[in-house]
Design a protein around this ligand. Structure first.
Ligand code: SF4
Length: 62
């Protein structure tokens, strides 16, 4: 599974960072960013939850 975070949509709520700090972080301006694009084994469900919880729908997983 791969994840992509659209920084143009992100509004910095931080749901993804709180839920999956192994996958997401903030950049220096408070915008979310992916720490990795390839989701490691065992973190797929967490990644799907981050997609569902993002209020800006800025994260996609495929
Ligand atoms: S949950 Fe969505 S809006 Fe919030 S920081 Fe993450 S990507 Fe940005």
């Amino acid at each position: 599974m791969r994840i992509v975070l659209d920084t143009r949509k992100c509004v910095g709520y931080g749901e993804c960072v709180a839920l999956a700090p192994e996958l997401f972080d903030f950049d220096d301006e408070g915008t979310g960013r992916c720490l990795r694009t390839e989701v490691p084994p065992g973190s797929e469900e967490t990644a799907r939850r981050a997609v569902a919880r993002c209020p800006a729908r800025a994260i996609e997983a495929a």
